[in-house]
Ligand binder design. Structure first.
Ligand code: COA
Ligand code: AMP
Length: 635
């Protein structure tokens, strides 16, 4: 048995021993009384009785332990032509002042704080300042519209919102303040204060609730770390569910710190002091875990990159960052590599840079297509590791653990369940299927430390969404298989979640927006395969009888509505007005079948939003697969 098998087996047979040992790498104010608390099954807790502060473990501990002058964070923003570096001491001091300023404005342990900010170092500082106070942050991605922000404000009921005047996209400056104001206007709950970081690209107008970031924080008295229970929430991160109401994933302090610290060496094979770069956004779980918490818990230098992989200035942007900051390990989504490959297929720009210290590329967030994997392997000459995880799990479920024992790579597989995860693939009858057969991928309870505690304000939904269908298991929502060698293959979602450029979106939420258009009688949104973004949403709408306005006009309004209510990140640009939707006899829309056809090789994405041919093609193809009567029968 290899080292990986041995460790994995121990983690399953003796989780308390395994994670209790890993927890020694964290500084505790008070030790735990129970490593795994199973007194309220199926709701498990890790490190009950323990007290710690996550910010202390990310910053103060390293300042005191000899890393005070090492770079903790490098802000690299080609889009504003800025590079700025903060040592551990500087970052600790900035964070302590922000925490002091927040406390002076009334924020304390257990209060919620929403952070709606672009990729600037202050966003990371804001998260750490909340952790320092024991306040619970909830970061909302900047590409979401006011309506999505309003939903989160009402669910999290924050005392304070931390924001910035603008974000910067290649084609425009995105003014955040009008979106923030609109969201607060829409929400029932009103925060006491909004603290706004003014950026020169678009200054925000301030209102009675607003305070200037500099004025509020620059002269504030530094605040110490407030010890919290290991089981207290560190953050809430909303992610797409099957409806317009997002799920507020709750992460604890103790299990999270232990698991993320452990993952840095064991999964990513990174040592303290090295430069680790996750090219994502702090608004996503990858950003939470691997831009902010894990690299800092481990004493690494992390990079906050504000820009795109291509066009800022060119498809060599990533190689410049890796070379200039001596990155040892990088993590991003396959879509970023597809964008680079599209612009520089031969990888010519790579040779312009010295990448000699660069050791590994990790990809996640969506299925990694074998072409992207082999292109990256060939052009970079380093191990390219696909690994699988979710907002819910906070870190990988399956990976090739480079720091334990590199396993042979099988293209299409994010390799094997990592220590702590005992996976099964279940058939429709709830029983495990044979190796190689497809079913629902589930994890035996308890899930390892660092995974979700519950859903904010929605324990019942946590149970029904994840724990009820297969008792004793966590339902991942992904379908796939495990082969004879124990390799996991993740094929598709079992719900209506789609993955657009590594961003997780709900087609159900988009359908709710489409259905709200006064001329729309019914609608369907499906995800179709796209060579750059992995998937793109396609909308189909049936109009109310008697509507005589041009289809194209309605289609454009619908596209605008999705952009305004969900946000540009939905990338919803294609909608077709159709006479009817294919349905079963019982009236269920055949979304899965529509999806299959849209994904087939012969199907081409329409170039324009008013392309009415799609339903014809789909109906024709449905007839080909025996759904003719059903689809014809649909009125
Ligand atoms: N604030 C405001 N708008 C934003 C935004 C933000 N933080 N992020 C994205 N948007 C907007 C974009 O400007 C774009 O708007 P447009 O329709 O006016 O062009 C829209 O949302 C879609 O954005 P995106 O999906 O990022 O597409 P893109 O064409 O701008 O870039 C990629 C495509 C592949 C280059 C980019 O998605 C990428 O780098 N992805 C990989 C990294 C990543 O984010 N991973 C996430 C999890 S690991
Ligand atoms: P998110 O919660 O945004 O991280 O999205 C999680 C979902 O993205 C998973 O449930 C999968 O459907 C998909 N996903 C993430 N990583 C991978 C991967 N390596 N391979 C296949 N799908 C992935």
């Amino acid at each position: 048995m290899g080292r990986f098998d041995e460790l994995h087996r121990r983690s399953i047979e003796d989780p308390e021993g395994f994670w209790g040992e890993a927890a020694q790498a964290i500084d505790w104010v008070e030790p735990w009384t129970k490593v795994l608390d199973d007194s309220d099954k199926p709701y498990y807790r890790w490190f009950s009785g323990g007290r710690l502060n996550t910010c202390y473990n990310c910053l103060d501990r390293h300042v005191d332990g000899g890393r005070a002058d090492q770079a903790a964070l490098i802000y690299d923003s080609p889009i504003t032509d800025t590079i700025r570096s903060y040592t551990y001491r500087e970052l600790r001091d900035e964070v302590a002042r922000i925490a002091g300023g927040m406390a002076a404005l009334g924020v304390g342990a257990g209060d919620r704080v929403i952070i709606y900010m672009p990729m600037v170092p202050e966003a990371v500082m804001a998260m750490l300042a909340c952790a320092r106070l024991g306040a619970i942050h909830s970061v909302v991605f900047g590409g979401f519209a006011a309506n999505e922000l309003a939903t989160r404000i009402d669910d999290a009921t924050p005392k304070m919102i931390l924001s910035a005047s603008c974000g910067i996209e290649p084609n425009r400056v995105v003014a955040y303040k009008p979106l923030l104001d609109a969201a607060i206007e829409m929400a029932q709950h009103k925060p006491d204060h909004c603290v706004v970081l003014q950026r020169p690209q678009a200054e925000a107008e301030m209102g009675p609730r607003d305070r200037d970031w500099q004025e509020s924080f620059a002269g504030a008295s530094p605040h110490d770390c407030v010890p919290v229970a290991a089981t207290d929430p560190l953050y809430i991160l909303y992610t797409s569910g099957t409806t317009g109401q997002p799920k507020g994933i709750v992460r604890d302090n103790g299990g999270h710190a232990v698991a993320l610290k452990w993952s840095m060496k064991n999964i990513y094979d990174v040592e303290p002091g090295e430069v680790y770069w996750a090219a994502s956004d702090v608004g996503w779980v990858v950003g939470h875990s691997y831009i902010v918490y894990a690299p800092l818990l481990h004493g690494c230098t992390t990079i906050v990159y504000e820009g795109k992989p291509v066009g800022t200035p060119d498809a060599g942007a990533f190689w410049r960052v890796i070379s200039q900051h001596k990155v040892s390990t990088m993590f991003t989504a396959p879509t970023a590599f597809r964008a680079i490959r599209q612009q520089d297929p031969a990888g010519n720009l790579i040779s312009d840079y010295d990448l000699s210290q660069y050791r590994a590329l990790f990809l996640a967030g969506e299925r990694c297509d074998p072409n992207t994997l082999s292109w990256a392997q060939e052009k970079l000459g380093v191990p390219v590791i696909d690994h699988w995880w979710q907002t819910e799990t906070g870190w990988s479920i399956a990976a090739d653990c480079l720091g334990i024992e590199p396993l042979p790579i099988k293209p299409g597989s994010p390799t094997r369940p990592v220590p702590g995860w005992d996976l099964d693939v279940l058939g429709a009858d709830g029983h495990p299927v044979a190796a190689g057969e497809i079913g629902a991928i589930v994890g035996k309870l308890p899930m390892p430390p660092g995974t979700m505690l519950t859903l904010w304000n929605a324990k019942e939904r946590f149970f029904t969404a994840y724990l009820s269908e297969f008792p004793g298991y966590y339902q991942t929502g992904d379908a796939g298989l495990i082969d004879e060698d124990g390799y996991v293959f993740v094929m598709a979602r079992t719900d209506d979640i789609i993955n657009v450029a590594g961003h997780r979106l709900s087609t159900g939420a988009m359908e709710e927006v489409l259905a709200a258009h006064p001329d729309v009688a019914e609608c369907a949104v499906i995800g179709a395969a796209d060579t750059l973004k992995g998937q793109l949403p396609l909308g189909f709408v049936v109009l109310n009888a008697g509507v005589s306005r041009p289809d194209a006009e309605i289609a454009q309004e619908v596209v605008k509505m999705v952009r305004e209510r969900i946000g540009p990140v939905a990338a919803f640009k294609t909608v077709t007005v159709v006479k009817r939707l294919p349905k079963t006899r019982s009236g269920k829309i055949l979304r899965a079948t529509m999806r299959k056809i849209a994904d087939s090789e012969d199907y081409k994405l329409p170039a324009t939003i008013d392309e009415p041919a799609i339903l014809g093609e789909i109906t024709e193809a449905l007839q080909g697969v025996g759904y003719a009567a059903d689809s014809k029968g649909a009125a």
